[in-house]
Ligand binder design. Structure first.
Ligand code: UD1
Ligand code: CA
Length: 464
């Protein structure tokens, strides 16, 4: 940021957000996976604010925990007596240079918007600039009153006449002024209004009355998109998901139905990958090129190579999948799982803390936990590692390259199958199986020719 754009920011986030009707402080409600206040503070810090002050009150400690690691500094507003009182709580008398004031409930505003607003402010001679926009349905926003085309005052919807309510130009709740102007007029704001609150918006008429130049900067509609209730919260998430989908599509990702696809900001997807509807991708997930992500997959913190197919309904958290593997439908990859190249993980297969080697398969109904599986292993249908013992500890199963585990087997850990070992279907394996050996541990089949069923009371002891 050039020297001339140096500024400080005050973000108002002390209110409870009564209209949210939720136990969570308003600014902590998540918008597309990140708390509102996290979004605005990170964009503010990224735009080069020399200081970002956040006014906290309701849920102060929780808000503090989110914003301090981002570089924000918190100031407590003891009683929520209005936006002007909130600004005063940020101790503006210790600031110099331009100050940008914004409500913490505007999650769609970006670094670019802040840069634009500040550069516009610099171009004017104004003491104060208010960012406004035109809305088809101006609802509860403060209305912009102009005299001879000049910004004159802001009237809150609650205090407005029917005539004033018709005005479509609204206050977005973003203001820029010099610290001097702020400190001169802020103490003069009173609370004579419908709600007996100190409205920061009154700074406009105070400036005007004292002959200061006040100007409006037109912002895009997204700048005004504040969140005051659950419907607006959902709308804000939708806008951010759409923004991310647009970016990915510009980069060549094929998203079949962007309105029903949910990809959070930190996700990276390479071009040529196809994403079906109902997919939700979170956290620092990376997906390579030419993958297919079928409907209703949930993916969090995953690293996925190229040409991987995730079939419908697959659930992945904190796992890695290498190139050309196919997962699902309805597979569950749990944390610390690594699937190699050319693998097949089929339907209803769960893997936890398991390394699964290149070319290996677990095609149906299986559980592998705390396991190390070599290359080209076949893990049969219905087979499991029994990793949790009576002492409530987890034990490891090692399956070396080329082993074959038949269907419906239990490998009771700790246990190891050597290279090329085979386990017959229906076996419970408690001892290590040497390389190349076959282990079978099921009872022999008994045959009774021409058997006539008997009532239980007629059975001899032996037959029972
Ligand atoms: C405010 C503006 C309105 C504008 C709208 C844009 C005022 C009086 N009104 O109305 O003109 O159109 O924003 O979104 O400023 N807060 C505090 N302490 C308080 C009161 C509020 O920190 O004592 C914080 C809230 O947590 C919120 C922000 O200030 O983040 C705005 O408050 P809110 O009650 O949402 O104001 P609006 O009614 O939306
Ligand atoms: Ca608001």
């Amino acid at each position: 940021m050039p020297e001339s754009l140096e500024f400080s920011a005050i973000i108002l986030a002390a209110g409870k957000g009564t209209r949210m009707r939720s136990p969570l402080p308003k600014v902590l409600h998540p918008v597309a996976g990140h708390p509102m206040i996290y979004r605005i503070v990170s964009e503010m810090v990224a735009s080069g604010a020399k200081e970002t002050r956040i006014v906290v009150g309701v849920g102060a400690e929780l808000v503090q925990r989110v914003v301090e690691p981002l570089g924000g500094v918190c100031f407590v507003q003891k009683k929520q007596e209005g936006t002007a009182d909130a600004v005063a709580s940020a101790e503006p008398d210790t600031l110099t240079g331009p100050v940008l004031v914004i409500g913490g409930d505007h999650p769609l505003v970006t670094k670019k918007d802040f840069e634009y607003i500040l550069s516009e402010f610099k171009k004017t001679e104004a003491a104060l600039a208010v960012v406004t926009c035109e809305l088809e349905n101006p609802g509860s926003y403060g209305r912009i009153i102009r005299h001879h085309g000049q910004l004159y005052s802001i009237v809150e919807a609650k205090d407005a006449s029917a005539e004033t309510l018709k005005i479509k130009e609204v206050n977005t709740g973003i203001y820029v002024m010099t610290a001097e102007v702020l400190n001169e007029y802020l103490p003069k704001i009173g609370n004579k209004n419908e709600q007996n609150e100190y409205y920061f918006t009154d700074i406009v008429s105070l400036c005007k009355e004292n002959g200061e130049i006040v100007t409006a900067i037109k912002g895009g509609a997204h700048v005004s998109e504040g969140v005051n209730d659950q419907k607006q919260l959902a709308q804000a998430s939708t806008s951010i998901f759409q923004r991310k989908a647009d970016q990915l599509m510009d980069d060549g990702v094929i998203i079949i139905d962007p309105k029903n696809t949910y990809i959070e900001d930190d996700v990276v997807v390479a071009s040529g990958t196809v994403i079906y509807p109902g997919v939700y991708i979170r956290g620092k997930t990376k997906i390579g090129s030419h993958c297919v992500i079928e409907p209703n997959c949930f993916i969090e913190k995953a690293e996925i190579g190229q040409s991987v197919v995730l079939k419908a309904g697959t659930y992945i958290v904190d796992a890695k999948i290498d190139n050309n593997s196919s997962i699902g439908p309805y597979a569950h990859l749990r944390p610390q799982t690594e699937v190699g190249k050319d693998c097949k993980i089929g339907n209803f297969v769960e893997l936890k803390k398991t390394k699964f080697g290149d070319g290996s398969k677990a095609s149906h109904l299986a559980y592998l936990g705390d396991a190390e599986v070599g290359k080209n292993v076949n893990f049969g249908c219905g087979s499991i590692t029994v990793n949790y013992a009576l002492d409530k500890k987890k034990y490891k199963t090692i399956i070396d390259d080329e082993s074959f585990v038949g269907s419906d087997c239990q490998l009771i850990a700790p246990v190891r199958l050597g290279k090329g070992a085979m386990v017959g279907a229906g076996s419970a394996i408690t001892k290590d199986v040497p390389a190349g050996a076959l282990a079978v541990s099921r009872s022999k089949q008994i045959m009774k020719e021409n058997y006539q069923p008997k009532a239980p009371s007629q059975l001899s002891k032996n037959e029972e």
